[in-house]
Design a protein around this ligand. Structure first.
Ligand code: AMP
Length: 220
């Protein structure tokens, strides 16, 4: 690694906290956070990219076709100079091959979490329609109000049990081979994501530091 440009990918089962960890990491290192889930939800909300078809994939927890996802990633890459933290991408071998042509990944951070624990987290996850903040309700049926803007927070459509089971199955079948591909190149560090957020974030930062980006990682 040169320290001038750094490209990292955070990959983990839904509910592993990859969105939060990727955002924190990007913030700490001054990198561009590229979340394909966010890019796709934005495209659907703004009526771009055949929004109805897109919403169908998202609500069912199905994988959006590689060509469409990769187009959004390529657009997002133009905004990055110091490098990116990819969040939820690549999720298929075809996406990984495409990313290889765009950037050299320096490190892949795998967030490991027990499926039951992840399912419990997703059942309590709420998103604010006003400002996008993500929160955790005290129980799967409890309501939550955003402490930042006062809007009622809602459960994501794809966090219902059927969609979650489908997303978990896809993760094992389609995304784990992506991790294996990067592991063969010695690029993967696995972190136990079943712990409190700050403990996970500290380990993620340490892993990036160990991987050789000490000039980019602020001392904590
Ligand atoms: P996430 O916010 O990462 O859980 O992603 C939410 C949904 O967006 C997924 O269930 C998929 O429908 C879609 N999605 C996100 N990233 C990708 C990707 N790399 N490839 C295909 N579909 C994706």
């Amino acid at each position: 690694m040169t320290g001038r440009s750094l490209n990292l990918a955070v990959i983990g089962r839904q509910g592993s906290g990859k969105g939060t960890q990727a955002a924190t990491l990007a913030d700490r290192l001054g990198l561009h956070h590229v979340s394909t889930g966010d890019l796709l939800r934005e495209a659907a909300a703004e009526g771009r990219e055949s929004a109805d078809v897109l919403r169908g994939y998202l609500d069912a927890g199905a994988l959006v076709p590689d060509v469409l996802v990769s187009r959004l990633v390529a657009q997002a890459l133009r905004a990055s100079e110091r490098g990116c933290v990819f969040d939820g991408y690549p999720r298929t071998l075809a996406q990984a091959e495409l990313l290889d042509r765009l950037v050299d990944l320096d490190l892949v951070i795998e967030l490991r979490i027990d499926p039951d624990e992840a399912q419990g987290r997703l059942a309590r996850r709420r998103t604010c329609a006003g400002c996008g903040q993500i929160g955790a309700a005290p129980s799967p049926t409890a309501t939550l109000v955003c402490d930042r803007c006062g809007t009622d927070m809602a459960r994501r459509d794809d966090d219902d049990l059927t969609a979650v089971r489908h997303r978990f199955e896809l993760y094992e079948r389609v995304t784990v081979p992506v991790l294996e591909r990067y592991a063969d190149r010695g690029l993967v560090v696995s972190i136990d994501a079943g712990r409190p957020r700050d403990a996970v974030a500290a380990d993620v930062l340490r892993a990036v530091h160990v991987a050789g980006a000490s000039d980019l990682v602020p001392a904590s």
